[in-house]
Ligand binder design. Sequence first.
Ligand SMILES: Nc1ncnc2c1ncn2[C@@H]1O[C@H](COP(=O)(O)OP(=O)(O)OP(=O)(O)O)[C@@H](O)[C@H]1O
Ligand SMILES: [Mg+2]
Length: 465
Amino acid sequence: MSFKLKKNEDDVLEINKLLDSIIESSYDGIYVADGNGDGIIVNEAYKRITGVHEDELLGRNLKDVVNKGIISESVTLRVFKEKKPTTIVQIVKGKEVLVTGSPIFNEEGKITHVVTNVRDISELNKLKVELQEAKAYTKRILKEIDGFKKREDLKRLFDSVIAQSDKTNRALNLAKKIAVVDSTVILLGESGVGKEVFANIIHKGSKRSHKPYIKVNCGAIPPHLLESELFGYEKGAFTGADGRGKPGLFEQADGGTIFLDEIGETPLDLQVKLLRVLQEFEIMRIGGQKTKKIDVRVVCATNKNLEKMVERGEFREDLFYRLNIVPIQIPPLRERCEDIAPLAYYFLRKTNSKYNLNKKINPEVIYFMEQYHWPGNIREMENLIERIVVTTEKNEIQVTDLPPLIIHKRKVVKNNQSLKEIVEQTEKEVILEKISEYKTTRKTANELGISQSALVKKMKRLGLS
Ligand SMILES: Nc1ncnc2c1ncn2[C@@H]1O[C@H](COP(=O)(O)OP(=O)(O)OP(=O)(O)O)[C@@H](O)[C@H]1O
Ligand SMILES: [Mg+2]
C-alpha cells in the first residue's frame, strides 16, 4: 500500500481516520481478527451481507462464534491452520458469499492478524443463471429459425415441382404422404418424367432429411463393380482393392436414404444379395466375416416394366415384391397436358435467369407443345426450351423456332373431341403452319386456295389474329 497525503493531514491520526473510513465505505464486507482469533474490526458491509451483528464478533474468539453457530465455518481459522490466503464459498442467511481470508505476518513469521473479505455472490449467481437462461433461449430461437428454414427449403422444393394436372397431383400427394414413413417406395415411369425429382422429395420430406442421401445408378456402374460399390469390401478382399477396405454405399447411407435408380438394370446374381439386405437390413462386406445392421430407407426407380421382366425371368419375383410395397406411377407428359404450359413457363424463367435474358414465348408455341407427344418427357421439354431460348435472336419465341418434329408430329385427335373441335383444331394447325412458312396472309391464302379476306376472317374466328 502507498500513501500520498497533503502536508496538513500528515499525521498518524489523520491516517487512522482515513483508513477507518475506507474500511467502512468498502462495498465488500471486511472482518479482521487478531493473532488469537479475536474479532477486532467489522465494517458495515460485513453486517449487511452476513446479517451478523458486531456484538457477536467484536472481542469474541472465532472458535466460540463457530461453536455457537453464529457463522457456519470460519475462513480465519483455516488461515491460521494453513498459513496462507484461503477462499471458501459459504451460505449465510440464504445468500451465497465468497469469503477470502488473508494472513498478516510479523517479522518472526507469526500471524498477527487475519483480514477477511466477504463478497455477496448471490447477485452474480443470479446473473449467471440469467445468462444461462438467455443462452438457452437463444439456442431455442436458433433451432426454431433452423426448423423454419428447413420448412422453407422444403416448401421451395415442393414449389419447384410443377403439378397442375390431376394425375401429377395424385402422384405428388402420395409421394409427400409416404415420405414421412419408412416404407420402401418404387417410382415408375418413362424416362424423363421426374422420378429423381420425386425421390428427392421423398428424402427431403422425411425425418431422415438431414441424414445421408445416397444415389446409386444401378445401370451406370459396371456390373462387376456394383457389388463392391453397394456392399463395400474388407482389406485384401480381391486384387486391386484398396488396401484398407472400403464401406459400401449401403453403409454410407446408414441412418438416411438410398436411392437405387434404374433398379431394373441390376444383374440377377446381385438381385439375390439385394433381396437379403432388404429382408434383414444387414450387410456383409465382400471378403468380410460378420454382418452389420444398417438402418436405411430404400427408394428405387425404373423406367422398365418390372412385371414383364419377372415374366421373362430377368428380374427376381421375390425382389419385385420386396420393392413393390408403395409403387408411385409418374405419368408421361403426353398424359398430363395441363402441366405443359406451366412447365414451359417454368423452364423459360429458369433459362432466362441462368443466361440473364428476358425472352418470351408466343402462346401459339405452347399450343403446339400441348399437341406434341414428348417421348423424352419433361427432360426433352427442358432441353428444348433452353436450346430455343439461347439460339433464337428474337425476343419472342415463335412457332417457327420449334423443331419440325414438334410442328408435324402432333397428337391428332384427343379423346372426347367433337367433330367441330377436330375441324377447328386442324384448321388452326394448318393455318399456323402455313403462316409460319409463307409469312403473309396473302401468300398463305393463295397456298390454301381461299381468298385473303376469308383467311383473315377464319383466323379471327379461331382466335389467331
Ligand atoms: N414436376 C416437375 N417440375 C419441374 N421440373 C421437373 C418435374 N419433373 C421433372 N422435372 C425436371 O425434368 C428433368 C428430368 O427429371 P428426372 O431426372 O427426375 O427424370 P427421371 O424420371 O429420373 O428420368 P430417367 O428415367 O431418364 O432417369 C429434370 O431436370 C427435372 O428437374
Ligand atoms: Mg432418373
